[in-house]
Design a protein around this ligand. Structure first.
Ligand code: FAD
Length: 418
C-alpha cells in the first residue's frame, strides 16, 4: 500500500457528515475525493432546523411514543404520517423500533446519543474558524414553549432524562417568556430554555462553506452517483460511478445519508435504515422578530430565525425514498405557526423536503463494513445529523487511520440489529 499520506479515500455523500469526514481525513494527510450524486448540501443537510441539539438524548422510540402514534396518524395536522402503500415495507423497521422502546434500550440509546452530542460543539469549532464562518453559529438557546402547565408536566420525563445526561434547562415563566419573545402569542403558559442548544443560522451555508474549505485545501470533488463498491478478498478496491470510469480507492467512507442502506447492502450488511421525510418553509418576510429558536411542543415543529427568514420545520412522513414530496405537510406546519405568532405577515416561502436517515434506536451507524474492513459507515444520524456531523467526522477519520477512537463505538455498530 502507498504510504499513509498518499492513500486515497473516497467519501460518498457531500452532506454534513461526508464533508466533515472529508476535512478530518484531509487533516491526517489522506488524498480525499468527495463523490456526490447531486450538489453539496443537496440532501437533509440544507433546509433543516439548524439546531445544535446537544441535549437531544431522548430517543424517538420510547414507551410514550406508542401511546401518541394512533392519535398522530388520525390527525391530518399531526406530526406523523405513514404512506399506506409503504406500510408493508416499513413493518420490519417498525418492529425493531418497538423493541428499541424498552426501558433498557432507551437508556442505552440515550447514553450513545450523549457521548456524541457532548463533544459536538467542540468538534465544530476549529472548522468554523478555519472556514471563517464563526458568525453562522448563533449563541441563542432554544426555547420549548408550552400551552399549559399540564403540557409542561407531561414533558418532565424527557427533561429529566436530559438532565441525567448532563443537559439541563431553565424554567421560563409566562412573564419572562413575554419579555424574551414579545412577538410570541401571549397565552403560552411557560417555556424551558435548553442549555447549550445554540443554532446554525444557515445549515446549507455551513455545509457549502466547509466544502469550500475542503476544496481550498486540495480536496477533490466528483459529481456522480455511486452505484456500487467493488471488492476483492475483503478489501474494497474501487467505486462504480454512474456514467464514469471506476474510481480506485484505498479506503471508502459511506456517508450517503438516507441512501446509504443500498450501498451497505451491496457489501452484505443489511442495515435497518429508514428515510423519515421532514419539511420546512422559510418565510423571508414574516414580519416577526424572533430571538431564539422555538420548539412548539404541541405542534411538533420548530421555528428558527435563519439568515434567510423564519424557518418553520418538522413533521415526519414515512414513505421511503421514492415518492414525490407532499408539500401540503410543509404548509400544514407553516399554518400552525400562526398560533405562535398572531402578527405574522405571511407563512408562505421557500418549501423544502429532506430525508432524515433514521435507525430504529435513533443512534447512527459509525463502524466498519463487516466484510470490507477498509470501508467505514457513517450514516443514520436521524434528527441530530447537523449537531453530530463534526464529531462523526473525527471518529470516521480515526477509524480509517486505525487510531484509537475517542469514544467507544460499540453502540453505533452496523451489526447491532443483525
Ligand atoms: C425537517 C428537518 C429538521 C431537522 N432539524 C435538525 C436540527 O435542528 N438539528 C440537527 O442536528 N439535525 C436536524 N435534522 C437532521 C439532519 O438534517 C440530518 O441528520 C443530516 O442532515 C444528515 O446528514 P447526512 O450528511 O448524513 O445526509 P445528507 O445531508 O442527506 O447527505 C447525503 C448526501 O449523499 C448523497 N448521495 C446519496 N446517495 C449517493 C450515491 N449513491 N452516490 C453519491 N452521492 C450520494 C446525497 O445526494 C446527499 O447529498 C433535521 C432534518 C429534517 C428533515
Amino acid at each position: 500500500m502507498a504510504p499513509e499520506t498518499q492513500q486515497r479515500v473516497a467519501v460518498i455523500g457531500a452532506g454534513i457528515v461526508g464533508v466533515c469526514s472529508a476535512l478530518e481525513l484531509q487533516k491526517r494527510g489522506y488524498r480525499v475525493t468527495l463523490v456526490e450524486a447531486r450538489d453539496p448540501a443537496a440532501g437533509a443537510s440544507a433546509g433543516n432546523c439548524g439546531l445544535m441539539a446537544v441535549g437531544a438524548v431522548v430517543p424517538f422510540a420510547k414507551p410514550g411514543t406508542f401511546k401518541k402514534v394512533p392519535g398522530w396518524l388520525l390527525d391530518a395536522k399531526g406530526p406523523l404520517s405513514i404512506r399506506p402503500s409503504y406500510l408493508p415495507t416499513l413493518l420490519p423497521w417498525m418492529t425493531r423500533f418497538l423493541m428499541a422502546a424498552r426501558p433498557s434500550r432507551v437508556r442505552a440509546s440515550s447514553l450513545g446519543l450523549a457521548a456524541l452530542t457532548e463533544r459536538a460543539l467542540g468538534a465544530y469549532e476549529p472548522w468554523l474558524e478555519a472556514a471563517g464562518i464563526r458568525d453562522i453559529l448563533k449563541p441563542r438557546e432554544t426555547l420549548v414553549v408550552y400551552e399549559t402547565a399540564a403540557e409542561f408536566h407531561r414533558d418532565r420525563a424527557d427533561l429529566e432524562m436530559r438532565r441525567e445526561r448532563g443537559f439541563g434547562h431553565d424554567f421560563v415563566p409566562h412573564d419572562e417568556l413575554r419579555a424574551l419573545e414579545p412577538d410570541l402569542a401571549d397565552d403560552f403558559a411557560c417555556a424551558v430554555r435548553l442549555k447549550g442548544w445554540v443554532y446554525f443560522a444557515d445549515p446549507a451555508r455551513l455545509v457549502r462553506s466547509l466544502h469550500g474549505l475542503f476544496l481550498e485545501q486540495g480536496g477533490r470533488f466528483v459529481a456522480g452517483r455511486v452505484t456500487g463498491i467493488d471488492h476483492d478478498n475483503g478489501v474494497a478496491t474501487s467505486l462504480r460511478v454512474e456514467g464514469q470510469e471506476d474510481m480506485a480507492a484505498d479506503h471508502v467512507v459511506i456517508a450517503a445519508g438516507a441512501w446509504s442502506r443500498t450501498l451497505a447492502a451491496g457489501l452484505g450488511d443489511a442495515v435497518p435504515l429508514e428515510a423519515l421525510a421532514g419539511y420546512s418553509t422559510t418565510v423571508g418576510d414574516a414580519g416577526v422578530r424572533l430571538r431564539h429558536p422555538i420548539t412548539y411542543s404541541a405542534g411538533g415543529f420548530v421555528v428558527t430565525p435563519m439568515e434567510g427568514g423564519l424557518r418553520i420545520g418538522g413533521t415526519i412522513e414515512m414513505g421511503g425514498l421514492d415518492h414525490a414530496p407532499d408539500f401540503r405537510r410543509a404548509r400544514t406546519i407553516a399554518q400552525q405557526a400562526r398560533r405562535l405568532f398572531p402578527g405574522i405577515a405571511s407563512v408562505e416561502g421557500k418549501e423544502w423536503m429532506g430525508y432524515r436517515p433514521f435507525m430504529p434506536d435513533t443512534l447512527p451507524v459509525i463502524d466498519r463494513a463487516s466484510r470490507c474492513r477498509n470501508v467505514v459507515y457513517a450514516f443514520g444520524h436521524g434528527q441530530v445529523g447537523i449537531t453530530t456531523g463534526a464529531i462523526t467526522g473525527q471518529l470516521v477519520a480515526q477509524l480509517v487511520a486505525g487510531e484509537p477512537t475517542s469514544i467507544d463505538l460499540q453502540p453505533y455498530s452496523a451489526q447491532r440489529f443483525a
